[in-house]
Design a protein around this ligand. Structure first.
Ligand code: XMP
Length: 513
């Protein structure tokens, strides 16, 4: 694909993906590479610039990550962030030490003064808050470098060798707490590296379609479509590229939200592909009958899903490619560098064992989630699919507490639909990252009209979060909660009490099961 590339060299810091996303938001393609990548490999990528990320180490430690010093004679501009800045200083003959006193050790929001004549800070205010997180200090700056930013406590917050295009900042320009941080990254890309801004989703789509056609030839591709954002966009992209050579198998386990299965099917009507919707509700409910333990439910659903998919795959016979909706964060987390948290994602090395195929194709492998959504829009997928909140694989089975019945699932579907309608109508869906209703297995006494009721309690859950590892409960306005509560008890039979979950994660989890 013909676009410029920036390399984000990963030293294991917590914001590495964020840096890469920021670069792409600036219209420049970039890839995250572990710092151990051989220089020859980096050179072969022909980058216009390199960004060294932060990292948990100190450069003077024995086993601290290093780079081949030849990276600095290659002629490519470098921006070092935090550890990356210190590493650059250390490698080029400066001196980095542990900060001796607390004043030189900086964490959090710090007022910083910039030299506006430096290309990194060009056309930006000369003073602003930056986000610091470093315990080390550059005692001596390498030759050729000038000090281009300082704080009240630290004289060398940023260093620059304009002639060689080397810049180092002790703070994190990629986080929102740093005022104008993104514009500093933009300056590095456009003023220093000479970026043309040639990364756009429209171009990506055109290039991806060509590349998929070339790779697949006249082969057959199989995709398990879940209705989630990634698999839907993956399906749409493949449909655009190869139409009928693609078969999507959508296992409808009957545990989706109201109308969701039909919505997914409708979204793909515009493409001429083989779309198989397997109505497996009955077999899933039979397997789940009488099961109330959450992990047991998950296991049954996972196994049954595989079985259904396998049966469909067998009917199709041998396929050439199995497509997966793996996205870039999965790729980075599964195998790059020394990042502190490395987990393997279910998409990476998941399904393949039991389907007869030759190769795997992962057309979203280099895209971040927000780019996947953008691509979905370019492809003409409806907004409700593109902006869909995360939905657990086991679906509503883990939102009906205790044992499952079709009646309980239907009751939950109705209540959940009202909840979602009202949240959207109030515009609250813009502020909340995930929200859903839970049918508890508690029944309580109520009074409706002149009669006594003994019905279920419904719990409403809504959280704000950026990573789903921690979450806060959302402060939904009382009027909105009131309207939701009134509508649900009036419109959904079987529910006579509504509670709102006001626990954060931790100690609670987002889901109830
Ligand atoms: P918890 O409840 O662990 O949820 O705080 C964190 C995020 O993961 C989703 N989740 C699941 N997703 N299969 C999935 O694919 C599951 O079994 C599952 N359990 C929880 C949950 O919706 C939230 O976004």
């Amino acid at each position: 694909m013909s676009h410029q590339t920036v390399i984000v060299l990963d030293f294991g810091g917590q914001y590495n993906q964020l840096i890469a996303r920021r670069v792409r938001e600036c219209g420049v393609y970039c890839e995250v590479k572990p710092y151990t990548t051989p220089l020859e490999e980096l050179k072969a990528m022909n980058p216009i610039g390199i960004i060294f990320t932060g990292g948990p180490n100190s450069v003077y430690e024995k086993n601290a990550p290093h780079v081949d010093p030849a990276i600095f004679t290659w002629g490519v501009p470098v921006l070092g962030i935090c550890y990356g800045c210190q590493l650059m200083a250390h490698t080029l003959g400066g001196q980095v030490t542990a900060a001796q006193d607390d004043s030189a050790r900086e964490y959090g929001k710090t007022v910083t003064y910039y030299d506006p004549s430096c290309r990194l800070f060009q056309n930006l205010p000369s003073c602003g808050v930056s986000w610091m997180s470093h315990g080390d200090y550059m005692a001596k700056v390498p030759e050729g470098f000038a000090l281009v930013a300082h704080s009240d406590a630290c004289p060398n917050v940023a260093i620059a060798d304009e002639a060689r295009g080397f810049y180092g900042v002790q703070y994190h320009p990629e986080v929102n707490h740093t005022e104008n941080g993104i514009r500093m990254i933009r300056n590095f890309l456009y003023e220093v590296c000479g970026a043309a801004g040639d990364w756009s989703m429209g171009d990506y789509l055109r290039n991806a379609v060509t590349a998929i056609r070339e790779r697949v030839g006249d082969g057959k591709v199989l995709l398990a479509l879940s209705g989630g954002v990634d698999s839907s966009v993956c399906a749409a992209l493949l449909a655009e590229a190869i139409g009928k050579q693609l078969t999507c198998v959508f296992v409808d386990h009957g545990l989706m939200r109201k109308d969701e299965g039909d919505e997914v099917e409708a979204a793909f009507a515009k493409w001429d592909l083989n779309f198989i919707r397997v109505d497996a509700e009955t077999r899933f409910l039979l397997k789940l009958a009488g099961v109330s333990e959450p992990e047991h439910k998950r296991k049954i659903i996972g196994e049954e899903f595989i079985r259904v998919f396998e049966e469909e795959a067998k009917k199709i016979g041998r396929v050439d490619f199995l497509a997966q909706g793996t996205i870039y964060p999965d790729v980075i987390e599964s195998g790059a560098g020394d990042a502190a948290v490395i987990k393997s994602h279910h998409n990476v090395g998941g399904l393949p064992d039991y389907v007869d195929f030759k190769e795997i194709i992962e057309p979203l492998r280099l895209l971040f989630k927000d780019e996947v959504r953008q691509l979905g829009r370019e492809l003409g997928l409806p907004e409700y699919l593109v902006m869909r909140q995360p939905f657990p694989g086991p679906g509503l089975a883990i939102r009906v507490i205790g044992d499952l019945t079709k009646e309980k699932l239907d009751t939950l579907r109705e209540a959940d639909a009202i909840y979602r309608q009202e949240i959207a109508a109030a515009g609250e869906d813009q502020n909340i990252n995930q929200y859903f209703a839970v049918l508890t297995n508690t029944r309580s006494v109520g009074v409706m009209g002149d009669g006594r009721t003994y019905d279920y309690t419904l719990a409403l859950r809504a959280v704000t979060t950026s990573d789903f590892m921690t979450a806060d409960w959302a402060r939904i306005p009382y009027e909105v909660l009131d309207k939701i509560s009134t509508r649900i008890v009036n419109e959904v039979s079987g529910i006579n009490r509504i509670v709102y979950d006001i626990t954060s994660k931790p100690p609670a989890t987002i889901e109830w099961e």
